[in-house]
Design a protein around this ligand. Sequence first.
Ligand SMILES: N[C@@H](CCC(=O)N[C@@H](CS)C(=O)NCC(=O)O)C(=O)O
Length: 142
Amino acid sequence: MDLYFSPLACSMATRIALYEAGAETNYLEVDPRTKVVQSDGSDFRQVNPLGLVPTLRTDDGQVLTENAAILQYVADRFPEAGLGTSSGMNRSRLHQWLCFIGTELHKGLFVPLLDKMVSDEDESVSESAKWARTRLQNDSQK
Ligand SMILES: N[C@@H](CCC(=O)N[C@@H](CS)C(=O)NCC(=O)O)C(=O)O
């Protein structure tokens, strides 16, 4: 299995799930600006034309995108890790929270907070977000 990811991006959720599941995975870092895959210099857009991480290539060669879908795929593929739930209301609640994070929180909160391409000069970035961004960036370099 191959996971295309970028540091401090939402692909971190999939990385955590794969680590938790003990999944044998090639972690392929993508430069979010150039879309170059760091390990071999290839163009990530050949894999995902949208150029977005996370993108997963499964062992049978299928390409899956969207964090909510990938996280549920990982949970289903490695049930012994106990990351998800198979049916009923619990499954719906899992889906509910993944959708909430993906649609309500991700672009509004996590992108201004974590995305290195968002400038501190951007008026949409609040003072508290600037403080948190600086702190996170300093911590990630330790
Ligand atoms: N709807 C997608 C969004 C993925 C996404 O926006 N990924 C960001 C990183 S957090 C990205 O790849 N940004 C690069 C770009 O916008 O070019 C999901 O939930 O997986």
